[in-house]
Design a protein around this ligand. Sequence first.
Ligand code: HEM
Length: 108
Amino acid sequence: MSIVKINAITVPAGSGDELARRFAARAGAVDGAAGFEGFQLLRPTDDRSTWLVVTHWQDQASFDAWVASPAFAHGHRGAGAAGAEGHAVASGSELWSYEVVDLPRPGG
Ligand code: HEM
């Protein structure tokens, strides 16, 4: 069962386009990470300023290994995150951890 790690990024009004541009030009370094199953960048459509980077992983160990790897630093070199060179487009971020609930199929 895969796990879901969400980076919830607070983006000041007016900076959303820049965040989207950065992701469009992203390194792609995560794509080859062991246990990585994919991600989506979610833009708020209400008046929230929280964008979500929803990532799926095979297990906790895969996620931990990526965060500790050079690929994480490389994928964030322009992000203004810890250790990054670029100026921050986010004014804050939070890591949220979830798992998919395996529900019985209705009627079966
Ligand atoms: C420390 C807080 C973080 C901030 C401010 C941040 C922000 C960003 C930004 C702006 C980018 C676009 C690339 C760039 O500009 O260099 C990016 C890439 C990315 N972020 Fe984060 N991020 C953070 C931590 C995380 C965490 C904890 C996760 C996982 C849940 C994550 C998932 C990703 C992924 C998958 C990419 C694409 C990387 C690639 O293409 O290799 N980020 N992040």
